[in-house]
Ligand binder design. Structure first.
Ligand code: B16
Ligand code: MG
Length: 211
């Protein structure tokens, strides 16, 4: 039985994937690289740097590390500008009520996100004092599909892996959960993955899993 639920952020608690898309699109356009929503989909759960390498697969030149840094910074500045427009109303009622009910049932609630902007996003949503632990892209040396971000979250809430349930929207995230010995519930497109222990068609279905 579960004692903690570890939530991915982008694609689970909020929908910042479109902001990632817009910010990457600006960089790609500047470089003359083709980029669309389906390529953006491959960036889910993947770190910023690895995301850029996926985008650069369609670049016909070789980009040096220094130039990469410049574009990574540009992308992040564009992304943060969009994040700053987010407000607590970007958190859906269903998500909010489900989190509150899980808390009532005695669950520890944590975030396990690849994003280095997790703190900012949580603050914009008005959740900065809500979670028992936030494990994010600033604290890890290996990003998903490596389990580190979830293992950190589990240890921050003092829970064994077998008592943790991870909620994810990305293949890399499901792989990370399983590699860490944790059960995982998939939302969105991730439900197609055979790695998912549970397939959620709505966020509130979590309440049927975690009794
Ligand atoms: P940042 P998650 C991930 O968040 C996003 O899904 C992924 O698209 C992004 O590249 C990654 O965070 C890094 O984000 O540039 O803000 O550090 O799904 O793990 O919450
Ligand atoms: Mg995600």
């Amino acid at each position: 039985n579960y004692k903690a639920v570890i939530f991915d952020l982008d694609g689970v608690i909020c929908h910042t994937d479109h902001y990632h898309y817009l910010a990457w699109k600006e960089v790609a356009d500047e470089l003359g690289i083709y980029f669309d929503e389906s390529i953006n989909h491959r960036l889910r759960g993947v770190s910023r740097k690895e995301s850029f390498d996926i985008i650069l697969e369609r670049y016909d030149k070789i980009m040096g590390e220094e130039d990469k840094e410049i574009y990574l910074t540009k992308k992040n500045e564009g992304y943060q500008k969009l994040l700053k427009g987010m407000t607590p109303s970007d958190l859906s009622e269903e998500t909010k009520n489900t989190l509150l009910e899980l808390r009532k049932r005695g669950m520890k609630l944590a975030i396990g996100s690849s994003s280095k902007n997790a703190g900012l996003i949580i603050k914009q949503l008005g959740l900065e004092h809500f979670f028992d632990a936030v494990s994010d892209g600033n604290m890890i040396t290996h990003s998903k599909p490596h389990p580190e971000v979830f293992q950190k979250a589990a240890s921050m809430v003092n829970c064994e892996a077998e008592n943790c349930l991870v909620v994810e929207d990305a293949k890399a995230g499901l792989e990370a959960a399983k590699a860490g010995g944790m059960d995982c519930a998939a939302v969105g497109d991730a439900v197609k993955s055979p790695l998912a222990d549970y397939k959620l068609s709505s966020f509130r279905q979590l309440l049927e899993i975690v009794e």
